[in-house]
Design a protein around this ligand. Sequence first.
Ligand SMILES: [Fe+2]
Length: 306
Amino acid sequence: MSRTLLPRFPVSSVRSMTATLARVSQRQIVLKQQGGFWLEVKRMSRRAFVLGGVGLLSYLYFETHSISVKRYTIVIPNLPSDFRSFTILHLSDLHSKEYGDSQSQLVDLVKKQNFDLVAITGDLVAKGNPEIGPAITLVSSLKPTPIFFVPGNHEWWTNYQIRSPLQSLGVQILENSSCKFHRGHSHIWILGVDDPYLGRDRLDTALVNVGSAPRILLAHAPNIFPSAVKSSIDLVLVGHTHGGQIRLPFLGAVVAPGQGFFPKFDYGMYSSGSTTMIVNGGLGESVLPVRFNNRPEIVLITLKSG
Ligand SMILES: [Fe+2]
């Protein structure tokens, strides 16, 4: 009986080949699974990127277009009783910005507030957009409340074209001058200096003939503060910084014009001696139309006697 001789493989080789094939096949499955995983991660990253982008843009839009109302109560020791609860609406740095058709969002918000006087601390217009219409619409809506104005750097950088229209609306413009403001049988002093950022302020000139009644000083920029403290001004209202536009939690503004990085007087209330200063975060922006952690604002300051 003939025997066909078949090639013989050792059993160990067959086992080894089977194991190798199994490992290859397992590796392919793992690779396929890994590939699917990365594809899924990639898809999710793209989705997260798009959603994150939409979220960030929505937040930035909200930050620049939703106006907040900031309130302060300031104690002035010798405040006459006629001025108790006297409230000032402080507006600053509109920079020709429009909030809705015919400034409707801003005007509607202002009309919901109660105030006795309006203080506007400059930069109603912008060097890059000298259009006075948005500012004039806003100011017209504030009448018949007494309105005081001091110019900022952007007024001077646009040839101060808004000066005459403001005067025509009855706005009292203070450029290193003062006004005795009466209420009942009493008075306080409203003073205003020309722009301290441009070095045009002359507080000594504004103080000529000013008596001992409470003194409220309007200025565009906060570098007036040391002079105001020396002159025993009770309350100083300024703007210019826009709160730095981008504010980091706990650290505040990253940079402000005229003060450099991490500015000292970037936003809010500061006190020294008998003087309190309020730095308004402003309504508009300059350089870049961006705000972070720092909405545009209108400010209401109510006076109290000590
Ligand atoms: Fe300014």
